[in-house]
Ligand binder design. Structure first.
Ligand SMILES: [Zn+2]
Length: 333
């Protein structure tokens, strides 16, 4: 069952993997390795609290277990416990048999922590924006204003609003690349915190608005579903709602064969720039079709259902009022 669980993880079937590890643990509850498996499935599904609980259990059974400690560092980091993550990886780096990447990650997190200590903050009603120097103070105020406008506009489409203050960090391009390790084509990132490289954003307000609206949409989606949803749906909503025109997306897909949505369920991080552009364009057009046909509330309810663990085809048929196969066939045309 452990092997079956790991195979499901490799295929990106996180919920299936979680089910397999859960039933394996029912008959073998003190197997630390199975708890790590369950934690890996939960982490992939973005259920970080569940992942941490499983790892705590694994480490109480086997305190030195390397795989549990390696994943614990990632979980703590994503939960925003930077110091805990650094401590975990520092101790792990001293174990024989761990590779250099552990040390490198610990150093990267330390740079992130040092930067955080240097940063100042400015606050809006729903946002806390961190920035490094006084030169960025005006920009930080612009960012708060832009995000506040985006909340009004996009919140109304999805009927979803921030449930707590959303942290935002403004980086230089170098800091952004170092800390997020995002692909070169990424304009910003959201992982519980909106992270934005400020680049030439100062000069181009329309571009700043677009990038911030995109990441804000990811934050709103996260308030609807605490676990992972298919990437095409997540990115499609963010891309469809980031600006008012999808002309670029129509142009992009008209030049090449469109990609089936099934191949876009996992992270786009592995794509080259050209592939990514096609993936975003396809996803945005699919979601725009759903918004046009069924409306923003239906799409928001679909996300909620997925977060509640309803299987995709069932949730899609219930909320969008047609089968996913039927939708895809008409979308391809
Ligand atoms: Zn995105």
């Amino acid at each position: 069952m452990e092997r079956a669980g790991n195979e499901a993880l490799d295929k990106g079937q996180y919920k299936t993997a979680a089910d397999i590890f859960r039933s394996a643990l029912a008959s073998d509850p003190n197997n630390a390795q199975l708890h790590v498996g369950a934690a890996t499935a939960a982490y992939a599904d973005r259920r970080d609290d569940d992942a941490k609980a499983e790892l705590d259990r694994a480490l109480s059974l086997a305190p030195k277990l390397l795989s549990a400690r390696a994943l614990m560092g990632l979980v703590l980091h994503r939960k925003g416990d930077l110091l805990g993550a650094i401590r975990t990886y520092d101790s792990l780096a001293h174990e024989p048999g761990t590779d250099k990447s552990i040390q490198a990650t610990a150093e990267r997190w330390q740079r992130e922590f040092d930067l955080q200590l240097r940063m100042q903050q400015t606050f809006g009603d729903q946002f806390a924006v961190s920035f490094e120097g006084p030169a960025e103070e005006t920009l930080a105020a612009k960012v708060v204003a832009s995000l506040t406008r985006a909340v009004d506009r996009i919140g109304a489409v999805l009927n979803a609003y921030p449930t707590r203050t959303i942290p935002v960090v403004l980086y230089t391009t170098e800091q952004f690349t170092d800390i997020t390790r995002a692909p070169a084509w990424a304009a910003a990132a959201y992982d519980g915190t909106i992270r934005v490289p400020v680049r030439g954003a100062l000069d181009d307000e329309a571009e700043l608005d677009r990038v911030l609206a995109h990441e804000l949409t990811h934050a709103l989606i996260h308030t609807l579903a605490a676990s992972a949803i298919p990437t095409w749906l997540n990115e499609g909503i963010a891309t469809a709602l980031e600006s008012t025109s999808l002309d670029w997306a129509h142009q992009t897909v008209s030049q090449v064969k469109p990609v089936p949505l099934e191949v876009l369920t996992r992270s786009f991080g592995r794509f080259t720039g050209g592939q990514a552009k096609l993936a975003y364009a396809t996803s945005a057009l699919a979601v725009q079709r759903m918004l046009d046909d069924a409306g923003g509330i239906a799409v928001a309810n679909l996300i909620r259902d997925l977060g509640d663990g309803v299987d995709f085809d069932t949730a899609f048929a219930r909320r969008i009022q047609r089968t996913f196969d039927d939708f895809q066939a008409s979308f391809r045309e």
